[in-house]
Write a protein that binds this ligand. Structure first.
Ligand SMILES: Cc1cc2nc3c(=O)[nH]c(=O)nc-3n(C[C@H](O)[C@H](O)[C@H](O)COP(=O)(O)OP(=O)(O)OC[C@H]3O[C@@H](n4cnc5c(N)ncnc54)[C@H](O)[C@@H]3O)c2cc1C
Length: 377
């Protein structure tokens, strides 16, 4: 057993940490306040090769493993969740379906622009009436004269409506009890995108409602075999859970780091509050639980890299780190006292950004359902 990260993984951590601390941290509060999408940062991430970390080099990606990808997402989230989810949704949800299920022609068409970060990709699964029950998709695609005629709507879709959004892969009913995945390019007539949705957290990330009204898409935009959409999106969500779990660890680590620094600096009763045992115990619990969560995430990523079954480990990591980040950010804000409640404090942004980690890519309850099923219940 070897718990050591490789030199490449350590180098990636240092690179992303430096980028997050020097480029993201100074603007994170402003981007959040103004709910402004971080175009400049995405361009810089693209230049660093971070918009296609697990995509092979032949398609313009970095060709790195899932552990490296999880480390990068963790480090970005430590500083800012909006930037992290932009990368994570683009990579795990947007680009991955095309890489995993696309034909050679589809890969050549889409992957180079996506993996290089020139264009952003989205994954449209959730509908107003189909959230946790994702199989209840109503959006339909009917094959007519060599084209899919798509009708329906999607909601809460990340990265769908930015100026650099290239495409969305959606699930659609292509027949009775038949779901397929179809890639729809931005700008296709009949594909309409709402204004950005107003959110409690992840405010600088792009979240939209989508409508398809007799939207005609080439027949060749179907991903993989017709009728495989349900299985495909379950696999995509398994992988995506590793990145959301990495966000849970990163957010908790960021909250802990802020609380530790504040506790050493804030004086009450004539000494730093870090000298009070109640505060020390809170920090000790945080540090311990964060390490446990990190190991769950790395293990899930390691299993995936080893081509071993990883769905159970990914759901466990996602559930645990969702709950962990909730506990940690709450305790970290408590250590900040009233200053932590002020909008301009970094911890208050992390506090708002945390909750979605227990909802997106499957709620806590859905993770428990997945875990129970994989335990044979
Ligand atoms: C900011 C943001 C970004 C997102 N990005 C994307 C994206 O890019 N692509 C995409 O497709 N989706 C995206 N989503 C959607 C997200 O995945 C869903 O919100 C999530 O899966 C939950 O679905 P829902 O909101 O419809 O809640 P519901 O399914 O309506 O759940 C409501 C509550 O009921 C509980 N519940 C439901 N069924 C059960 C059950 N059987 N047993 C016990 N409890 C149950 C849930 O756990 C939850 O607590 C995003 C959402 C947000 C908020």
């Amino acid at each position: 057993m070897n718990l050591e990260l490789t030199d490449e993984q350590e180098l990636l951590r240092r690179t992303v940490r430096e980028f997050a601390e020097t480029r993201v941290a100074p603007v994170a509060e402003e981007l959040d306040r103004e709910a402004r999408f971080p175009y400049e940062l995405v361009a810089e991430l693209a230049e660093l090769g971070l918009m296609g970390i697990p995509i092979p080099e032949e398609f313009g990606g970095a060709g790195a493993d899932t552990v490296s990808y999880a480390i990068a997402i963790e480090e970005l989230t430590r500083i800012d969740s909006s930037v992290a989810i932009t990368v994570a949704a683009h990579t795990s949800l947007g680009t991955m379906p095309i890489y995993l299920y696309g034909s050679e022609a589809q890969k050549q068409e889409w992957l180079p622009q996506l993996a290089s970060g020139e264009g952003l990709a989205a994954f449209g699964l959730t509908e107003p009436g189909a959230g946790s029950d994702a199989g209840a998709t109503r959006t339909s695609a009917e094959l007519r004269d060599g084209q899919w005629l798509v009708n329906g709507s999607k909601i809460f879709i990340t990265n769908a409506g930015t100026d650099i959004s290239a495409c969305v892969t959606i699930t659609a009913c292509t027949g009775d009890d038949e779901v397929s995945n179809i890639v729809i390019a931005n700008g296709t007539p009949g594909y309409e995108i709402s204004a950005p949705m107003h959110k409690l957290g992840w405010r600088a990330s792009d979240t939209r409602e989508l409508w398809f009204k007799d939207c005609a898409v080439p027949e060749g935009n179907l991903l993989g075999a017709r009728g495989r959409g349900f299985q495909q999106f379950l696999e995509i969500l398994d992988g995506g859970r590793i990145s959301v779990a990495a966000m849970g660890v990163g957010l908790a680590q960021g909250a802990y780091d802020l609380a530790l620094a504040y506790a050493k600096e804030r004086q009450q009763f004539g000494k730093p509050i870090a000298r009070f045992q109640a505060v020390q115990f809170a920090l000790a619990d945080m540090a311990t639980e964060i390490e446990a969560g990190r190991q769950l995430v790395y293990r899930a990523a390691w299993l995936k890299d080893a081509d071993r079954p990883f769905a159970l480990a990914a759901a466990q990591a996602k559930l645990y780190t969702g709950l962990l980040s909730n506990r940690v950010v709450n305790a970290a804000l408590q250590i900040h006292g009233g200053y932590g409640f002020m909008q301009e404090s970094a911890i208050s942004r992390l506090y708002r950004d945390q909750k979605i980690l227990e909802i997106g890519e499957g709620t806590n309850e859905v993770q428990r359902m997945v875990i129970a099923r994989l335990l044979g219940l």
